[in-house]
Design a protein. Sequence first.
Length: 264
Amino acid sequence: MLSGNNIAIIGTGTMGRGLAERLSQSYNLFLYDHHYDKALSLEQKGFGKACPDLKTAIDNADIVILAIKPQSLKEAAPLIGSLLTEQTLISLLAGTTINTLKTYFPNTRIIRMMPNLAITKGEGLVGLTPDSKLSENEIMQLLSLSDPLGKVFWLSEEKINAFTALGGSGPAFVLVMIESMVEAGIAMGFNAKDSEQIVKQMVKGSLCLLENSDKHPGEIKWQISSPAGTTIAGLLALEDLNVRSGIINVFLACFERTNELSSD
Ligand SMILES: NC(=O)C1=CN([C@@H]2O[C@H](COP(=O)(O)OP(=O)(O)OC[C@H]3O[C@@H](n4cnc5c(N)ncnc54)[C@H](OP(=O)(O)O)[C@@H]3O)[C@@H](O)[C@H]2O)C=CC1
Ligand SMILES: O=C(O)[C@@H]1CCC=N1
């Protein structure tokens, strides 16, 4: 059911555009957005064919990727549902459950996909939750679609909201931390450009240390902390300021909002 090289992307905002950029080398893409100019600008860049209406996009497709906001589903679903025939629907909608999707698309094979923005560089996360067991062939098809996007995680549906908070929204929080560190550099006398370069390489190096060892992050942190040195002074301030608890609560707030979307 997942076979075929023709994909419709419905909604060509941030994520639809990112998917179009990555997938246009391997698939024939049919792009539809109710702001036609958005789809057209992607066609002009060679990322697929802009469709003037939903019917053209869906009629041409074997797979339909839904990349509209969760809040747009109620209005969009009746027309999409009336046009779907044999296609598989891949939904990117944060929080929107398979049960909700099935109320609109009862006879359609549904896969929930939760990416993050780093898919646009091939370094994203892709969480996948199918509505029922997939055949070997369907698994292969989904993996070859997801492979250019990043690392795939197969998830039970009860985990996808947590994955959305951690993996989907997570980059925004990491970027705020990076932005803050760059500003710390400016406060200490670096210009913004130099500070950004230093911070980016420092963050890259930290991840590299973690990825290339079997040590716990705390153990590497201790290696960096010379006795009575500079790092431990910073770590003490970090604990006094409840930074860890703050970070955990940021993700929990995000998780809570995703759960709210599931109950809408
Ligand atoms: N941004 C991200 O990093 C991530 C997003 N997601 C999910 O991806 C989905 C898209 O998010 P994002 O790209 O950020 O959102 P955007 O608002 O940037 O893109 C959605 C696009 O779809 C358009 N649209 C709305 N209704 C329709 C319709 N009926 N038919 C055609 N087009 C329509 C929107 O127009 P209008 O502006 O008028 O609504 C907009 O152009 C969401 O469900 C989100 O949860 C998942 C993971 C990460
Ligand atoms: O902010 C959002 O709702 C979407 C889902 C994950 C990332 N962006």
